[in-house]
Design a protein around this ligand. Structure first.
Ligand code: GLP
Length: 240
């Protein structure tokens, strides 16, 4: 079942989501964590880094990221490889060989195929962390995505390209395509922690929690999961 936790402010929503991950890793030091990027997650990784400084080890954890932009090499400043290094991996003891992110720099169909095979080999993710796009996307599974869509190459919608342009420097073009974990793999995680903060997510969160479960809002599929917790702050909860 899906539970919803509305927290009085942004910090507490982020902290509550982070705490769920910290507790999981304490109890299961070799957990497989599904990780997400985006502005929402930056402070969440700050909490995980603090937990590491307080003694929590990620040395045996394996991590699989949701997605990567097509065309960006790992050292491109806007790649999700760079994001993860900057916000998390460079500050904790996750082993390099335990980190998995789709490859943006190789032929995209090949990158998707390799990532799909990897996910299959790893088996179920213990905890999948998810943000929610302002249009209801999860990973880069845009509106229109079926519930059982596989890991694949996707074309980003103009609204997503616009929303993510803030992370790119002027003159730098936001990639039009990405390789994303599919809704099928996302929903096969043993548990899911989704986090929505800020007024820009209010519509998407209302659609996800109260709207029809279907492709118009891929985040609505979370209501089909057996063990999903959605954390939100008051701003994101404004249209519920
Ligand atoms: C991005 C990512 C998602 C993320 C979402 C929300 O495009 N692919 O994984 O959860 O959109 O991003 P933000 O937290 O910056 O609003």
């Amino acid at each position: 079942s899906t539970s919803f936790r509305l927290l009085p402010d942004t910090d507490r929503a982020i902290e509550a989501a982070a705490q769920t991950i910290i507790e999981l890793v304490k109890g299961r030091p070799d957990a497989i964590l599904g990780l997400a990027t985006g502005g929402t997650m930056e402070p969440l990784y700050g909490h995980l880094v603090t937990a590491h400084h307080d003694g929590l080890s990620f040395a045996r954890v394996r991590t699989v990221n949701l997605d990567e932009y097509v065309g960006l090499s790992p050292d491109h400043p806007n790649s999700y490889h760079s994001y993860m290094a900057q916000h998390f991996f460079d500050h904790v003891d996750v082993a390099e060989q335990n980190i998995y992110i789709p490859q943006g720099e190789i032929e995209p169909a090949q990158a998707a195929h390799k990532y799909s095979a990897l996910l299959e080999r790893l088996g179920p993710v213990d905890l999948q962390l998810l943000g929610i796009g302002a249009n209801g996307h999860i990973g880069f599974n845009e509106p229109g995505t079926a519930v059982d869509a596989p890991t694949r190459v996707v074309e980003l919608l103009p609204s997503t390209i616009k929303a993510n342009a803030r992370f790119f420097s002027a003159g730098d073009v936001v990639p039009s395509h990405a390789v994303t974990m599919g809704t099928a793999e996302i929903l096969s995680a043993r548990s899911i922690v989704a986090l929505a903060t800020g007024a820009a997510k209010a519509r998407a969160l209302a659609d996800a929690l109260d709207g029809t479960i279907g492709p118009d809002c891929p985040a609505s599929y979370l209501r089909l999961h057996a063990n999903c917790t959605i954390f939100a702050d008051k701003l994101a909860g404004a249209e519920l």
